[in-house]
Design a protein around this ligand. Structure first.
Ligand SMILES: [Zn+2]
Length: 246
């Protein structure tokens, strides 16, 4: 059996499969990673996403945020990898997705049980009254955008530096990792904490770890049972086909 066949068999035999996704799954939708040579932090100063800087200089921060997350990311569409995971959920083989991405592409692909470890860029939240707004409800022509209910500063509803992981997403991710019989790790190399600990939690609770990455990662030798090298947009559709036996 090759790695894809082994992975498909593990998924078919599992009654609780969870996917854990990172920047690599969205790279094929044109969303660059934050880190590394071609990363966003080579072009922008990461301090624009530090909470203290954001409160002190909301207009400067928001200008960068609008460019990065709304003018540019806003146009990204889900790719074959996102669609394959949605298909796996629809067929009853996938319980949930834990994602480190904030791009909303799993939702747009049709997945419904998603724990967003780092929040979501498609909603804004009021820093005073905590009202939520969908992007599009609020104009970003004049910066910074303000709450229409109380007039206070709005912040994208994703996790900034110096900010904790949203409680519900964290609790849900830990629970899913503990219950997982199979965890499919896609496009994430295990460098961002505490997100990366979800893989070790799953492993400690007996899950089989399937890893789909371009190259081996921090997970590969410590946790991974089945490694499939390649692009998520090519490997995942093949894997889903194999699971479905089509
Ligand atoms: Zn408000």
């Amino acid at each position: 059996m090759n790695a894809i066949e082994q992975a498909a068999q593990a998924i078919r035999q599992s009654s609780y499969t969870v996917a854990f996704t990172g920047a690599g799954i969205s790279a094929e939708s044109g969303i660059p990673p934050f880190r590394g040579e071609k990363g966003i932090w080579n072009r922008y100063d990461p301090k624009v996403l530090e909470l203290s800087y954001f409160y002190a200089h909301p207009e400067v921060s928001w200008q960068a945020i609008r460019e990065i997350f709304y003018d540019f990311f806003g146009k990204a569409k889900p790719n074959a990898a996102h669609l394959a995971l949605a298909q796996l959920e629809a067929a009853g083989y996938l319980k949930s997705i834990i994602t480190q991405n904030i791009d909303n592409l799993h939702q747009e692909a049709g997945s419904s049980r998603i724990f967003e470890f780092h929040g979501n860029s498609h909603t804004l939240v009021c820093t005073r009254c905590h009202a939520h707004y969908r992007i599009g409800e609020i104009s970003l022509e004049v910066l910074p955008p303000l709450c229409t209910k109380c007039g206070a500063l709005l912040k994208p509803n994703f996790v900034f530096f110096e900010e904790g992981i949203p409680e519900q997403a964290y609790a849900g991710s830990v629970e899913a990792s503990e219950n997982a019989q199979v965890m499919v790790v896609v496009g994430t190399t295990g460098e961002v904490y505490p997100a990366a600990t979800m893989v070790s939690i799953a492993k400690q609770h007996g899950a089989k770890i399937i890893e789909i990455n371009l190259e081996s990662s921090a997970f590969t030798h410590r946790y991974t049972d089945i490694f499939i090298g390649g692009k998520a947009g090519e490997v995942l559709p093949q894997l889903v086909k194999e699971v479905m036996g089509t």
